[in-house]
Write a protein that binds this ligand. Sequence first.
Ligand code: COA
Ligand code: ZN
Length: 329
Amino acid sequence: MSNAHNPWNGAARRIHMQEVGTRDGLQVEQAFVPTEQKIALVDLLSGAGMAKIEVTAFVSPQAIPALRDAEVVMREIERRPGVVYTALVPNARGAERAIEAKTDELNLVMSASESHNLSNLRMTRSQSFLALSDVNALARQARTAVNVSLSCCFGCPMEGDVPVSTVLGWCDRFIDELGASGVTLCDTTGMAYPGQVAALVAAFRERWPSRELTLHFHNTRGLGLANVLAAIDAGADRFDASLGGIGGCPYAPGATGNVCTEEIVHALELMAFDTGVELALLLQAARRLPALIGHDIPSQIVKAGRRLDLHPLPENFDAIRERALARAA
Ligand code: COA
Ligand code: ZN
């Protein structure tokens, strides 16, 4: 891959990395990560060069107690110029809270699958769309950007495949009717595979060549990185990922976290893409996670180190070499 499909004559192609661990990751953790630790984590992530950070969710604190400190976190993080601080917002109440806390972008969610939307949000997709239209109006008044995350774009655990025409139809309503500045195609339960990803990204890009498009993959079936690479080949340049690869519902068997930020950055760096992320700083942040959430993290890079993090020679290396040379003589 690397430079073969690089359209700019060898200049590294920019890939925007968006951290969602502080929302998609922490929302399912049993442990309540102390507010000041959340703030420190977001500041480390912006310092490492993430393009966008989904800082928290302005949802019902009864529904997601892990993120009940959304206001304080959003208000007290350091705002680095150029970094977009976004937050998940499910309804008008959430939008008011997020706008009040000076969130840069509201991330609205609904599912491309009727069964999943009903199961998760207790509304039909049409009802969700109407409700999100109101949220969108609030955001417009406040001049706050809106991104829409569409769940289950690559398959629904209850309905199976979701037709491309259905996914694009909802994109169309959000982009062309409501004027959303960006759309995220989410593989909520890890059903996406590379050929399918390439086809959907290409179809989206054909219709909206320059609209901000994010891909959100979960590594549930081990296809996360393969899907990211397929999406890049098809024209995508923005990815959600979670530090340490955390996330995944503790009650859903087999559920796993998002693709792991440091694994994706490590791979893309080797392939000469420009992620703008300082991997060493990202790893420092990732190494904090086990103590914060009280368990090990999936990250392979935290476990194994970077490709060229070399190990010392064995202590008796000189003796080994001398014996080997003596045998050869
Ligand atoms: N911020 C703060 N409180 C909220 C809220 C928000 N955005 N949305 C709802 N609430 C409160 C209501 O005021 C109500 O509080 P009360 O019981 O003290 O009166 C309580 O939450 C329940 O409200 P209810 O009317 O039963 O539900 P709802 O339809 O208003 O809210 C959801 C439904 C989906 C918005 C809510 O359950 C939620 O935030 N869930 C989390 C969704 C999520 O983050 N999922 C994972 C990511 S997709
Ligand atoms: Zn997700």
